[in-house]
Design a protein around this ligand. Structure first.
Ligand code: ZN
Length: 308
């Protein structure tokens, strides 16, 4: 029953995106409860039965997390069903999201490896295994979600990007990383209040990301305090520019969306811009999320007319 409901939800998510005029669609993460723990469910060495409380994102908030208790190994495919359902039911370009290694180790307790970096690379190997299989399923873009990149900037430069590259090793489809300030959790909203009017944290990590073989970077641009000029540091990258605010219920107009795309185009060649949402829409009411998807499609069309 649950499997069938997940399949139906995936097909519905695809149809809504297609009707909104979205060119690069996703399965909408309809089969996961959480963007990190969804990947962990089919991994040997993780104890889900005994969750513990852990400080997350440098102790910004607490969460109940599973524990790593033995060597990590994939029991089998993680996302085969939803990737194949999506590939069967859409002819559009298909993007698939996976959590990045640094974000995973920041969302799980370690009772086995005793070393953050070692555990991150263990997860990176498993991610790579699943990513290669997703590519074989016909996925066109694999995106690693790394909100933790915005918390541990020194570690990003030391090993975070290397771990990400390990996860993407050997892929011939497009590869992307999504970084963000976190949405949908009150602790994040409170933290952002302390950051002042200009959020320049990305300045510390963009130069290293620019040098990495990861091809695309997905970043929040709408109603964001990130100075768009920082996008200029991402030389040669495709920028998935967030043009939809996922922290507000106010539905954007096509003009709002086109305006953000226009602003981004001052720092990124327009052939390298893909319009997307600031972050995932999981915390939003469904009817608002759907209206925002329509705005994304309409705004991208308008921008194409204006910018050529
Ligand atoms: Zn995000």
């Amino acid at each position: 029953m649950l499997a069938r409901a997940k399949r139906d939800a995936t097909m519905l998510a695809l149809k809504l995106q297609e009707d909104a005029g979205i060119d690069i669609v996703t399965e909408g993460e309809q089969s996961r409860q959480h963007f990190v723990h969804g990947f962990l469910e089919n991994i040997e060495g993780i104890d889900f039965a005994h969750k513990v409380e852990m400080g997350i994102r440098k102790d910004r908030y607490k969460a109940m997390v599973p524990q790593v208790v033995a060597p990590l190994r994939l029991k089998g495919r993680v996302h085969a069903d939803e990737a194949r359902i999506a590939r069967t039911h859409t002819a559009r370009m298909l993007k698939f999201t996976l959590p990045g290694p640094m974000t995973i180790i920041d969302t799980i307790a370690d009772q086995y490896y005793g070393d953050r970096v070692k555990m991150a690379f263990a997860f990176a190997e498993l991610l790579n295994e699943e990513a290669r299989a997703l590519q074989a399923d016909g996925v066109d873009v694999i995106q690693f979600d790394e909100p933790a990149f915005n918390v541990y900037m020194d570690e990003v430069n030391d090993w975070g990007i290397r771990a990400l590259e390990r996860a993407a090793e050997g892929l011939t489809c497009a590869t992307a990383v999504h970084i963000c300030y976190g949405y949908g959790i009150k602790a994040n909203t409170d933290w952002k209040q302390t950051l002042g009017s200009e959020w320049r944290q990305y300045e510390e990590i963009f130069p290293a990301i620019a040098k990495s073989p990861i091809q695309q970077v997905a970043i929040e641009c709408r109603n964001s305090h990130v100075p768009l000029e920082l996008l200029g540091l991402l030389t040669g990258k495709v920028v998935q520019a967030g043009v939809i605010d996922v922290a507000s219920d106010a539905v954007e107009t096509a003009e709002d969306v086109a305006e953000v795309i226009d602003a981004v185009a001052k720092f990124v060649p327009k052939s390298n811009i893909v319009a997307t949402t600031n972050c995932g829409m999981a915390p939003m009411h469904r009817y608002i999320a759907e209206a925002k998807l329509m705005a994304l499609g309409a705004g991208a069309r308008l921008a194409r007319l204006k910018l050529g």
